[in-house]
Design a protein around this ligand. Structure first.
Ligand code: AVJ
Length: 330
């Protein structure tokens, strides 16, 4: 039998803790201090993000949902192989609850496409939940989840014959700094052939006040989401952050197109981190940078694609041009 190479498995709890310790030690030693939004998503953080997606101010999720609904037929045509006999794999990187993807999955099933849905995540638990909900809602769908990092999953799938359409929705690409974004896209593109397709969601530049409001909602859910990172460090690294003396702060810079989020102490303080066996000093209002959420323009997306050796095959937007789902190919 042809044994497929084993996917790189998700980190063990021990490895994950070591990675978090290293990240925090390095991030808080830096000037300005930084912590990565990658660590927002513990159970509570994931729950808060679900709440963010339902906020009146947080437009990206519902806009992309409407966009996918509106353009489902054209999107399916752009992604599926012309030859219905050809094997077809729909890969999704960071599927989450799959709510948006189900629009496409349902459309493909309804129009008789033969394909396999391959959700990819480093968290097995996240994939189990998604697979269970898909068995309920789309019982005829073939699902083959892969627990691995994105690059490993793509290299694994490259060995199988047929069209691969790789989805990276939700403007998750906005979390990367420009240099990292370029490297990420190159890693995605490397295992692809000219027969494959990428579908990437980009939040677009628009009224800066409107963008800013999406990251500073009046109910304070985004603040709780950001501050939850400190609660996590208190619990997992035996830190003693006093949450009453920390605030969420965010701004949008229309020149760079970046929303930047910070945690700020309202007074000077020293915080002990037990797991690191050391303390860190914070000045009053010293920003700790926790997240970038970049917003894009059509020229920026064209350049980004070209620099990764890709071409824009199709560019879909919603009626207000708030968001774009872009089909890329070699
Ligand atoms: C999940 C990365 C797309 O940047 O808009 C939402 C995360 N942060 N509110 C985003 C987030 C604050 C979100 N992404």
């Amino acid at each position: 039998t042809d044994a497929a190479p084993a996917p790189r498995q998700a980190a063990t709890p021990d490895q994950a803790l070591e990675a978090l310790k290293k990240h925090v030690a390095e991030g808080l030693a830096r000037t300005p201090k930084t912590l990565s939004s990658m660590y927002f998503y513990d159970d509570e953080g994931s729950r808060l993000f679900q709440q963010i997606m339902a906020l009146p101010e947080y437009y990206p999720t519902r806009t992309e949902f409407a966009l996918l609904t509106r353009h489902q037929a054209a999107l399916a045509t752009a992604l599926r192989p012309e030859d219905a006999q050809e094997p077809f794999f729909l890969l999704e990187l960071g599927a989450g609850d799959g709510l948006k993807t189900k629009i496409l999955l349902r459309h493909l099933l309804d129009t008789g496409a033969s394909f396999t849905y391959v959700p990819v995540d480093i968290s097995g638990a996240a994939l189990d939940g998604l697979a269970a909900s898909l068995r309920q809602e789309l019982p005829t769908l073939r699902v083959e989840p892969i627990v691995a990092d994105y690059g490993a999953a793509l290299r694994l799938m490259a060995a199988r014959p047929g069209r691969k359409a790789v989805l990276f929705l939700g403007s998750n690409i906005g979390n990367f700094l420009p240099a990292d974004r370029q490297a990420f896209l190159q890693e995605l593109a490397a295992p692809l052939s000219s027969n494959d397709r990428l579908l990437i969601g980009f939040d677009l530049q628009k009224d800066p006040r409107f963008i800013r409001a999406a990251y500073d909602d009046t109910q304070g859910v985004t603040a709780a989401f950001n501050l939850n990172l400190l609660t996590r460090l208190n619990r997992e690294l035996a830190a003693d952050f006093d949450l009453a003396t920390w605030q969420h702060y965010t701004d949008y810079d229309p020149l760079s197109g970046a929303v930047r989020s910070f945690l700020m102490p309202t007074q000077a303080q020293q915080v002990h981190i037990g797991a690191l066996g050391r303390s860190f000093d914070f000045a009053a209002w010293e920003p700790v940078h926790t997240e970038n959420s970049y917003k894009f323009t059509r020229p920026l997306i064209d350049t980004l694609a070209a620099d990764a050796g890709l071409a824009v095959a199709e560019f879909f937007t919603d009626e207000q041009t708030y968001f774009a789902d872009v089909v890329l190919r070699l």
